[in-house]
Design a binder for this molecule. Structure first.
Ligand SMILES: [Zn+2]
Length: 124
């Protein structure tokens, strides 16, 4: 992934952080029975984007996060619009459905737990 990471900017940085946090919450709350591992991050910039922390995720959530980060970085628009308002559906259909489920679940989770500070915006 190193090359496309040159496309990181402030907005994408923030969106990647939200994506990572939301998938983490979703996985933690819904996939207790799954085997989990630390999401591998080789690039220091990406690690920074994800909040300089280890994200412990199941296999499928790691795949989803990886897909999401890749699509975010490859976004042809500048500035990147909110994905939910975008005309280009760049996600593979199964991932798109999954990520929307994740955003909805984790968004509600944060509201219920009074963490509105973390909900700067929904990106999907
Ligand atoms: Zn999971």
């Amino acid at each position: 992934m190193p090359k496309i990471l040159d496309r990181l900017d402030k907005k994408k940085d923030k969106d990647i952080r939200v994506l990572g946090d939301f998938i983490s919450i979703f996985c933690r709350e819904n996939h207790q029975a799954e085997a989990k591992g630390v999401f591998p991050i080789k690039d220091v910039r990406l690690r920074h984007s994800l909040g300089n922390k280890d994200l412990v995720l199941c296999h499928n959530c790691q795949k989803l996060l990886n897909h999401g980060i890749t699509k975010l970085l490859l976004c042809p628009y500048d500035p990147k619009p909110m994905c939910k308002k975008c005309q280009t559906h760049c996600y593979a259909p199964s991932y798109r459905e999954k990520v929307r489920e994740v955003m909805k679940f984790s968004g509600l989770y944060l509201v219920k737990h009074g963490r509105l500070d973390l909900m700067f915006h929904y990106i999907f």
